[in-house]
Design a protein around this ligand. Structure first.
Ligand code: NAD
Length: 492
């Protein structure tokens, strides 16, 4: 009789699970009219990655192994099935936006509750899927060469607290479209909504395609688990969305990292601008989710000739004007001094807070419809130099347009993220565009128009300004592979 030992049992279980995950016993698609296999519970002691986990993991190694199995399974499926997985995630973002948005707000307690569902619906509407994939082709005397965008495998993703589920969902759609799976170490303050979203996504994909754990999350994320993910040998690419600390940490890992880092987007308003439109746009962009977006207007440079009319237009748009003293008072409470020559930074307690919170700090009353406070400051003011992420916007008066651009460039700190101009002069637009050198440059619109919301072009919740990939798409998460047929196959 064969001796059955623990190792043999583990190997048999692993083999069955791989067969289940890779598609109905090795077939590449479900049998016509066939149903998905029943979930198989992971034998925890053996640490075998298994279906039925729906992306919920405590250990990084276990999560990466499960994601690896899922990615191998995905590669055995058709592009049409990949698109089904992407569409399922997008549908959940749309159909469950209210509930998920509310859960995100209840957990993170930052931003504006009404905007949370909107952000998920946006992902559902604009996140790019398989349709964005492409192949480059060279055809000539020496035959035909194809350059294909191939997946990396398992991607290690870091997501911010400011948009925990929108970033995870957007990343997941793009990465799966490109043939990858992902393991996400979410921000600890947004970990429950990230895990819940991943569970929904995986359940839906599993029911339809029989693949589990394409979107895996670390349930109790820490800096240590992020580090473990950064150096795991089976994680071939990192996708980082967050502030300067995590971008620096990922770059030190030695792995290829796509880094969507911080911004501090300045606005310049010159004396040719349509001031009513400029004020409406600044208001619209700066108040969105209480200024949590990395692309949101964070400071406004105004040439002296239109200073008073623009400020009056801001009030007409619904913003409440503060005195310089009130701006100083808020800065003392809400902005923390930088250490070792670093920039000042936002006091977490006030990031994404409602305008009323700041009015209460000042002991003033504002109408309930008012979503933004603003006031004159110097260029050196903490509200200018910090990426404040609050609906409190500093305005700086400049003698000339050139001075405004100079100061705007300084305030952007070389992040290369986003800048905005309000002007009717093409010369000024060109001058500022060249001087700023930012990934996104918006003219005569709100910042969000630069990221697929009200302007042409696609959008993403990850804008890789730090490493230069720009607004992320499925192609961002691919590596190029070349396939060459020499002296043949060209039919013309
Ligand atoms: P954060 O930097 O505090 O955290 C981001 C993520 O990094 C979290 O998951 C956090 O747990 C992790 N993290 C932080 N330090 C780390 C370290 N040393 N090692 C490993 N992991 C670490 O940022 P946040 O408050 O969550 O998000 C706001 C920041 O993210 C802003 O700076 C904003 O501009 C930026 N952001 C950028 C984009 C973009 O597309 N460029 C999008 C959203 C947010």
């Amino acid at each position: 009789m064969t001796q059955v030992n623990g190792q043999l049992v583990r190997e048999m279980v692993q083999s069955v699970l791989e067969r289940v995950q890779t598609g109905w016993g090795g077939r590449v698609s479900p049998p016509p009219g066939g149903t998905a296999p029943r979930p198989v519970t992971a034998p925890g002691a053996a640490g075998v990655p298994a279906a039925g986990k729906f992306g919920q993991f405590t250990g990084v190694d276990e999560a990466v192994k499960a994601a690896r199995t899922a990615q191998r399974a995905l590669m055995r499926r058709s592009l049409a099935q990949r698109q089904i997985a992407c569409d399922l995630i997008k549908q959940i973002c749309i159909t469950q936006a209210d509930r998920l948005g509310q859960m995100e707000y209840e957990e993170t307690r930052i931003g504006h509750p009404a905007h949370k569902p909107e952000k998920l619906v946006l992902v559902g509407n604009v996140a790019l899927g398989v349709e964005f994939m492409r192949t480059e082709c060279f055809s000539g005397d020496h035959g035909i060469t194809l350059e294909e965008h191939a997946p990396w495998g398992v991607i290690g993703a870091i997501t911010p607290v400011t948009h925990s589920l929108p970033t995870l969902a957007n990343n997941a759609v793009n990465m799966i479209a490109a043939g990858n799976s992902l393991v996400c170490n979410p921000h600890p303050s947004g970990k429950r909504i990230a895990a819940h979203g991943a569970r929904l996504f995986n359940q839906a994909i599993y029911e339809k395609l029989g693949i589990d754990n394409l979107v895996s999350v670390i349930a109790e994320p820490t800096i240590e688990s992020a580090q473990e993910l950064f150096v795991h040998p089976d994680v071939r690419l990192l996708s980082i969305t967050g502030g300067p600390g995590v971008v620096a940490a990922a770059m030190r890992s030695g792995k290829r990292a796509i880094c969507a880092g911080p911004g501090n987007p300045p606005v310049v308003v010159d004396d040719s601008a349509d001031l009513a439109n400029a004020a409406r746009c600044i208001y619209e962009g700066a108040v969105y989710d209480n200024n949590l977006l990395c692309i949101s207007e964070k400071e406004v440079y105004v040439v002296a000739a239109v200073w008073e009319p623009l400020l009056a237009a801001m009030e007409a748009a619904g913003a409440h004007r503060l005195t310089g003293q009130q701006m100083d008072q808020l800065a003392r409470e809400c902005i923390v001094s930088g250490q070792d020559g670093g920039h000042p930074y936002a006091n977490r307690k006030y990031v994404g807070a409602e305008p009323q919170v700041f009015a209460d700090l000042l002991g003033i009353s504002i109408p309930p419809t008012c979503r933004m406070l603003f006031g004159q400051t110097t260029h050196e003011h903490p509200f200018v130099q910090a990426e404040q992420m609050m609906p409190v916007i500093p305005f700086i008066k400049c003698e000339t347009f050139e001075q405004a651009v100079d100061l705007a460039r300084d305030a952007e700190h070389g992040f290369g993220h986003t800048s905005i101009i309000h002007s009717r002069l093409v010369d000024h637009m060109t001058y500022m565009g060249k001087a700023m050198d930012t990934t996104i440059f918006v003219k005569n619109g709100p910042s969000v128009a630069g990221d697929g919301s009200g302007g042409e072009g696609y959008g993403s919740y990850s804008i890789a300004c730090s490493t230069g990939e720009g607004i992320c798409t499925p192609l961002t998460y691919t590596r190029l592979r070349r396939c060459v047929m020499v002296d043949n196959l060209r039919i013309i």
